[in-house]
Design a protein. Structure first.
Lengths: 115, 158
């Protein structure tokens, strides 16, 4: 049984929307890491939709920050979209929101990552 | 709703798959009303972070690793105790690295103990007879907990 899944959607303007689902714990992060890292390595404008993630732990934070660092290294941008309440608490409590902007509106997220 | 002072236990062997077993155990205690819905994810998060540290680091060189989880609910106050026979490590005294101010200086990982402090209401540690005992307490959930936003009155937002 998968703990977490990942779906990718190409939006207009070269924006990539990554929708993560499930639990981003140790097991879930391991399941999405490879594909997420591949996207981070190839894309420069990435929105990570967390609205379907119901649990986020430090290994999930590691996945997000690792990807964001790779994207930033190419002068790209990554934002998080619509995290569930507890997931947002984890992002804020860990200070991750200071590194990866959290947005709750898709149009605003598109504008934030567009160059 | 909650059972009074009943202690619920689970024994684990320290395998990576035990993280999922522990998560199912916590979820079942939530279903049974032992862990109130408003604190269930806090308990699950602290349990995940503590076990990940113990399994990855503390038990790495232990010949016969074992972990015992105990959870009790006394008048709504939860006490989660995690006992293991790994290398002594006191997370209460652990000083986390300064928060990164930019992605360039950020080092992925290392936020587990910070999250345990933020999402529990008390953390204690003792080492006795070769066993680590980590205790995490959780106050009753506020009545409107599900509506609390980060930065509000709940502890994680502080």
């Amino acid at each position: 049984m998968a703990h977490a899944t990942i779906e990718v959607e190409e939006l207009a303007g070269g924006v990539t929307k990554v929708r993560l689902k499930g639990r981003l714990d140790v097991a879930g992060a391991a399941e999405v890491d490879l594909r997420f890292n591949t996207i981070a390595g190839t894309e420069r404008a990435v929105i990570v939709d967390l609205s379907m993630v119901d649990f986020l732990a430090s290994m999930g934070l590691r996945t997000l920050i690792t990807g964001a660092k790779v994207i930033r290294g190419k002068q790209g941008k990554m934002v998080v979209l619509s995290p569930e309440n507890h997931v947002e608490k984890v992002l804020v409590s860990s200070g991750t929101n200071l590194l990866i902007p959290i947005l709750h509106d898709e149009q605003a997220a598109i504008a934030a990552v567009s160059h | 709703m909650a059972e009074r002072s009943t202690v619920h236990e689970l024994d684990l062997g320290g395998a990576p798959s035990d993280l999922a077993r522990a998560a199912r155990w916590a979820a079942a205690l939530g279903e049974a009303g032992v862990v109130p819905r408003g604190r269930l994810k806090d308990v699950e998060l602290c349990l995940e972070e503590a076990l990940a540290n113990i399994i990855t680091h503390g038990l790495a060189a232990t010949a016969a690793p074992r972990i015992r989880l105990r959870l009790s609910n006394s008048a709504g106050r939860l006490l989660l105790e995690i006992e293991d026979n790994g290398a002594p490590f006191d997370p209460v005294r652990f000083v986390p690295p300064p928060r990164a101010r930019s992605l360039e200086e950020a080092r992925p990982g290392g936020s587990g103990i910070t999250l345990m402090r933020q999402f529990s209401d008390g953390m204690g540690y003792a080492c006795k007879d070769g066993l680590n005992l980590l205790s995490l307490s959780f106050a009753p959930a506020p009545a409107l907990d599900s509506g609390v936003k980060p930065g509000g009155s709940s502890k994680p937002g502080r």
